[in-house]
Ligand binder design. Structure first.
Ligand code: TYM
Length: 330
């Protein structure tokens, strides 16, 4: 079985972007691949979260993954910080990562722009740690959303540099999505992608209550209707149709597509329908995640078992990496 790795930062409530960019792929891959899925709690430390929040944040991400359909019997589910081998590989990979290259990464430049008062080295070397997460398991496929594409390119660079210098150890992993293209779920306000923090009213969380889901969708940006039969669709409308294609029945989607084409569409009706379909999609995940969080003992057990499995494979990789580099003295 091919090895698959992916992670989600424990920085807030999971949203529809996390689901359709990442988790949906996890679920589809869990049968046929050897899967390692983790909560990236070290990565969450770049913004110095309150220590008393960490445990709850990690358990919630875990619960939301399981509630979405991940089966802990089939995949290893763990916390990144339970795998010290990742930290050692990260140190080793830092010697192959160049400062200039890291400074050019768009996600880093965004962070510098948004919080210039906290440009720490952890932020700069974020892609190196992410590469270590992936390479420690010698993964070949990494299910992620579009925003992670560039990070994967860097991972391939580090794998290549290591292999060229020390001998072959690491496959070159690719960002993966079922279907051709990596997914990018747009924000409801028509500006950019859906994200954990930026604008809560424009983000649909897997933990949102039914009325909140309805409220957010009814407020989503639209325009005044198709200007001409073959005018290009404005981005906000493309976005609504994209969301509908993910959670509504095919004939519902078709109905509104046709209505759009013959200019009889009423966005209010479309949003009402989308809201109901979204409620039906999110509510069971939300309720299951809530139940799971009532049982931290169960979640802890899953995390421990997952970590044991992940460490076993990680230790083998690390041992070989040390040996190839020459750190094998005894
Ligand atoms: P994070 O925590 O920001 O997001 C988790 C996953 O959700 C995807 N995603 C989206 N996909 C589509 N549309 C969106 N609007 C959207 N928003 C988020 C992300 O692409 C990601 O797949 N660096 C990673 C975490 C990480 C990781 C790794 C991933 C750490 N180590 C190793 C894979 C392998 C991150 O910040 O994801």
């Amino acid at each position: 079985k091919e090895i698959v790795v992916s992670g989600i930062r424990s920085t807030g409530f999971l949203h529809l972007g996390n689901y359709f960019g990442a988790i949906r792929n996890y679920i589809r891959m869990q049968e046929d691949f050897n899967c390692y899925f983790f909560v990236a709690d070290w990565h969450s430390l770049t913004t110095h979260p309150d220590p008393k929040d960490l445990r709850g944040n990690v358990l919630r991400v875990l619960a939301e993954n399981i509630a979405s359909g991940l089966d802990p019997e089939k995949v290893a589910l763990y916390a990144q910080s339970d795998i010290p081998e990742i930290a050692e590989l990260y140190l080793l990979l830092n010697m192959l990562a160049y400062k200039g290259e890291l400074e050019k990464v768009p996600t880093f430049k965004d962070k510098v722009r948004l919080s210039p008062q906290n440009v720490n080295a952890g932020l700069l070397t974020y892609p190196v740690l992410m590469s270590a997460d992936i390479m420690i398991q010698r993964a070949v496929k990494v299910p992620v959303g579009k925003d992670q594409e560039q990070h994967l390119e860097m991972t391939r660079n580090y794998a290549q540099r290591f292999n060229n210098r020390y001998g072959y150890l690491f496959p070159e992993p690719v960002a993966f999505n079922f279907g051709d293209n990596l997914v990018r779920i747009p924000s409801l306000d028509g500006s950019g992608k859906m994200s954990k923090s930026e604008n809560e009213m424009a983000t649909l969380y897997l933990a949102d209550e039914d009325d909140m889901i309805r409220k957010k969708i009814m407020k989503a940006k639209t325009d005044s209707g198709p200007a001409a039969p073959d005018a290009p669709r404005p981005e906000s409308i493309v976005n609504l149709f994209q969301l509908m294609s993910l959670v509504s029945a095919p004939d519902t989607l078709q109905f509104f597509e046709t209505a759009y084409d013959n200019q009889s569409i009423r966005y209010g009706d479309m949003k009402k329908q989308l809201a109901e379909d979204m409620v039906n999609f999110i509510a069971p995940i939300r309720n299951k995640a809530r139940d799971l969080q009532q049982n931290p003992g169960y979640l802890n057990r899953i995390m421990r078992d997952g970590a044991a499995k992940a460490r076993e494979n990680a230790a083998q990789t690390l041992q070989q990496a040390r040996k190839l580099i020459g750190i094998n003295y005894y």
